[in-house]
Design a protein around this ligand. Structure first.
Ligand SMILES: Cc1cc2nc3c(=O)[nH]c(=O)nc-3n(C[C@H](O)[C@H](O)[C@H](O)COP(=O)(O)OP(=O)(O)OC[C@H]3O[C@@H](n4cnc5c(N)ncnc54)[C@H](O)[C@@H]3O)c2cc1C
Length: 491
């Protein structure tokens, strides 16, 4: 019998690996504000005080939105339902080079990079421990784009994003603010929170994740106005797999990104400077769009099923399980929302698209949303110096933003497909996926073609803020379509 650690659905970490760096500290919640609050009462930085954005959600994409709006000199308040922005939960986030460019524009790259591990070594295993593929995919990304993908502990990335904002701007980030209602009018929006506080603004940016309340409220408003209009269903995503993720003191050198493949099961393993992270995937009995809550017993059961699976050549799941620092079990939702905005409300991040975690791209796409949206929003505000941008103009901006993100200028639609494909290949979803994963995609010539014609052209499309000039740090063999300076455009 294994010494199974007791863990909850998503528990805070109770131990940290030894090392020089301090663990992620909890950031004290912002002080509560008066019951009824107008955004104008907050300390704002913009010369143009009449336009205010309300960001809902203080996850990584909400914080990225705060950075982009701050750099565009656009006033905002961010409402987060949790009591603290930085909570030491979750697993790793893989950040790709096009996103590192944007993080450089935010001014957090140098703080961030030493906290992660650049991926440099890839192996594919069978459940028996047999290695059937060793590829140079990470090296190719580095050669092409100037940097390999970097594995960060999610909480450390969130902490760096938060701390990277000036102190005065952080005062606009409010915790314990669960949004329960949104009302829109011709000239503005009102957002209500569960504690009775109310916020007035010009627009709402919903960065509140896969089960977005903003998306739900927006849907209600759209259908109340015209019950016959076509709109996304209440639950727009579907899951075919569930995912047990967790972190533990790393049992192997940093920079490993391995996959383990079996029938209806798969694993991804990454090693960072201090932690290792695993992702255990299991196919559901049938696809579901319902939100599922898992218990401690479900987690224990699933971990036991994977106990003998390898993570590296010498380490199995059962070896790290007693040392877990945190873990969680969730359904692996997939899908693309069609309606990204309504009037003065717009969505970013997991609120409007969700992909499986195999390619590590969900957060990276949230950053692209923020970039494309804020570039357009800033231009439209510049054209309206009073800040009184009318609803029709905003609707146009939001439509263009969604069209760019869902069109061929962006890699989003293809990446949702490719991430799902990778998950199904690794879990041998059917005979076709098995043959593709186990044999057809293994020869290095095939992988080189995939990197050259499927991955590289998509990474190149990564956009950057067109109003923040920084020296280009990601220089590889392949040029970026959007340069790191003023004047780039996508229309
Ligand atoms: C295990 C796992 C591993 C992943 N690995 C990667 C990876 O390697 N690379 C990658 O690019 N992506 C990865 N992803 C995907 C990535 O985590 C998401 O795409 C990303 O976190 C989305 O960020 P977000 O801010 O849109 O949503 P979230 O991170 O879900 O944040 C939403 C925030 O909104 C808040 N909120 C929700 N409702 C309300 C409300 N009513 N009022 C106020 N606040 C509210 C929540 O508390 C939360 O803080 C992974 C996902 C998982 C589950």
């Amino acid at each position: 019998m294994l010494p199974w650690a007791r863990i909850t659905g998503e528990r805070p970490l109770n131990a940290i690996p030894s090392g020089k760096r301090a663990p992620c500290s909890l950031v004290a919640p912002a002080p509560h504000l008066p019951q009824v609050l107008q955004i104008g009462q907050l300390k704002m930085i913009s010369a143009n005080s009449s336009f205010k954005a309300i960001i809902i959600g203080g996850g990584p994409v909400g914080l990225a939105t705060a950075h982009a709006l701050h750099l565009a000199n656009i006033d905002f308040v961010l409402l987060e339902r949790r009591p603290a922005i930085v909570e030491d939960k979750g697993a790793s986030l893989i950040v790709h080079p096009h996103t590192l460019r944007v993080l450089h524009q935010f001014g957090v790259l140098d703080e961030l990079l030493p906290r992660g591990a650049e991926l440099s070594h890839h192996l594919s295993f069978l459940a028996s421990g047999h290695v059937f593929n060793e590829s140079n995919r990470y090296t190719q990304i580095r050669e092409n784009h100037g940097h390999g993908p970097v594995a960060f502990h999610r909480a450390e990335l969130v902490e760096t994003l938060y701390n990277g904002l000036p102190t005065t701007i952080r005062e606009n980030i409010l915790t314990d603010k669960k949004v329960v209602d949104i009302q829109t009018a011709q000239d503005g929006v009102t957002v209500a929170c569960a504690d009775g506080s109310t916020f007035l603004g010009s627009i709402v940016i919903g960065a509140d994740g896969v089960h977005s309340k903003t998306r739900l409220l927006m849907r209600g408003l759209a259908l109340a106005e015209d019950p016959s209009r076509e709109w996304d269903p209440q639950q727009p995503y579907t899951a075919e797999y569930k995912l047990l993720f967790g972190s533990f003191p790393s049992p192997s050198p940093p920079g490993q990104g391995y996959d383990i493949q079996a029938k209806d099961r798969a694993i991804m393993y990454f090693s960072g400077p201090e932690r290792g992270w695993f992702f255990l995937y299991k196919r559901l009995q049938k696809p579901t769009s319902e939100r599922t809550s898992y218990t401690d017993e479900d987690i224990d059961k699933m971990a036991k099923e994977f106990a003998e699976f390898p993570l590296t050549r010498g380490v199995k799941v059962k070896d790290v399980w007693p040392k877990m620092l945190g873990s969680g079990l969730t359904n692996l939702d997939e899908g693309l929302v069609k309606n990204w905005s309504f009037g003065r409300i717009v969505l970013v991040g997991d609120a409007c698209h969700k992909m499986t975690t195999h390619l590590g791209l969900g957060f990276n796409h949230g950053i692209q949303d923020v970039v494309v949206l804020c570039n357009r929003l800033r231009k439209s505000l510049q054209a309206t110096p009073s800040g009184k941008v009318d609803a029709n103009t905003l609707t146009g901006v939001f439509f263009e933003y969604a069209a760019v993100r869902m069109g061929s200028l962006s890699s989003l639609t293809g990446d949702i497909y490719k991430s799902g494909l990778e998950t199904r290949m690794h879990a041998w979803h059917n005979l076709g996926y098995y043959v593709l994963s186990r044999y057809l995609s293994v020869p290095s010539a095939v992988e080189n073609l995939v990197m050259q014609y499927m991955m590289m052209p998509e990474f190149r499309k990564g956009q950057v803020l067109d109003y923040v000039f920084k020296e280009e740090r990601m220089k590889g063999k392949v040029s970026w379509i959007y340069s790191m300076g003023f004047g780039q455009h996508d229309d």
